[in-house]
Design a binder for this molecule. Structure first.
Ligand code: 13P
Length: 389
């Protein structure tokens, strides 16, 4: 849809999108007043940004681990969690030649957004040279949700507008906010409502500041439930998320989703095939996600690199109403870390490993991945109970 007509549509349907009408009482008479809800300064740009991220054969490289989580990645190859080591690892990833062929966006942690290569080139410029859109994780992590069944809620709304404006100035054009829902813990109605409301407030604030929000209510893999139970919870969660996104006047053409795939719980006795996972996941999405949304960018959630790619491929065997792609962290980084081992002489091989994974997922986005020739490392599951990001 052309952007000019989108702006018109917004103006025409102002009761819902641009303005809200209220009845005001003055003495004995009443009159209707219109109150603008939010500016549409970025409408056109948001639509373009979302479209360019959701472009054929490309997806998102998620490297927005908090310093604590990045420390766990580095510890797995015997490195200390220092700024120098985090910078070296991110430099390896972000300077991979040809990365932009399969990667359209990269989600960064705040520290990385402001860092440069050891030669002094800003990371955001390395990304731009490869036509990769820089993104930023804006949530402040999970804390226990009082009054719930051991569930959590996601912090970060305070000061979000000014932080987002600063991130935009630094070159970020999209944002990510990850909240989680646990099936074994219920999920309670309170936890689902809180997750959905938080995502919607964040999405509205991001759009107001020129950032395309990635909406990510991660339904954790934890649990021994069957796939039908995941479907039921996912439908509930997404219906609430869209209810509050609409209530907060979020422009659907300017968001991206980051759902979990609909799978059985990690401890369920039977595994599901990629075809079954694709069938359940697409059924859920078609029931809940309007076609105005440009892209569905899945998280990997602890699946092995191979599983995540095969499942994505299965979802792209027929046409979907949206671009169906990836926004993987663990399923793009595992072989890279193992290859690098923190040694300068392994950087080139590690970058090749990243390109190989990115290319495999690019083919899966196009529905053309065969799964042949994958390493043993790519087959290793990465599920961690109660994973925090
Ligand atoms: P993975 O589940 O793919 O590791 O990443 C989750 C995430 O939110 C990264 O931004």
């Amino acid at each position: 849809m052309a952007c000019a007509s989108l702006s018109k549509l917004n103006a025409a349907s102002s009761q819902w999108i641009g303005q809200q009408s209220f009845t005001q009482r003055k003495g004995s008479s009443t009159r209707r007043v219109s109150v603008p809800i939010r500016s549409k300064a970025y409408t056109e740009e948001l639509v373009q940004t979302a479209k360019s991220i959701a472009s054929p054969g490309r997806g998102i490289l998620a490297i927005d681990e908090s310093n604590a989580t990045c420390g766990k990645r580095l510890a797995s190859i015997g490195l200390d969690n220092t700024e120098v080591n985090r910078q070296a690892y991110r430099q390896l990833l972000l300077t991979t030649p040809g990365l932009g062929e399969s990667i359209s966006g990269a989600i960064l942690f705040e520290e990385t957004l402001y860092q440069s290569t050891t030669d002094g080139k800003k990371f955001v410029d390395c990304l731009r040279d490869e036509k990769i859109v820089p993104g930023i994780k804006v949530d402040k992590g999970l804390v226990p949700l009082p009054g719930s069944n051991n569930e959590s809620w996601c912090q970060g709304l305070d000061g979000l507008a000014s932080r987002s404006a600063e991130y935009y100035k630094q070159g970020a054009r999209f944002a990510k906010w990850r909240t989680v829902v646990s099936i074994p813990c219920g999920p309670s109605a309170l936890a689902v409502k809180e997750a959905a409301w938080g995502l919607a407030r964040y999405a509205a604030i991001s759009q107001d500041n020129g950032l395309v929000p990635i909406v990510e209510p991660e339904i954790l893999l934890d649990g021994d439930h069957p796939i039908d139970r995941t479907l039921e919870v996912a439908e509930k969660v997404w219906s609430e998320v869209f209810f509050y996104l609409a209530e907060n006047n979020v422009l659907f053409e300017g968001i991206l989703l980051k759902p979990s795939m609909v799978t059985p719980g990690a401890e369920h006795k039977e595994k599901a095939s990629p075809e079954t996972i694709a069938k359940y996941t697409l059924t859920m999405l078609k029931r809940r996600v309007p076609p105005a949304v440009p892209g569905i960018m899945f998280l990997s959630g602890g699946q092995s690199e191979l599983e995540a790619t095969l499942n994505l491929n299965a979802m792209n065997q027929s046409r979907n109403p949206w671009h169906v792609s990836f926004s993987y962290a663990r399923a793009l980084q595992n072989s890279v870390l193992k290859t690098w081992q923190g040694r300068p002489e392994n950087i080139e091989a590690a970058q090749k490993a990243l390109l190989a994974r990115a290319k495999a997922n690019s083919l899966a986005q196009l529905g053309k991945y065969s799964g042949e020739g994958e390493s043993e490392e790519a087959k290793k599951g990465m599920f961690v109970k109660g994973y925090t990001y």
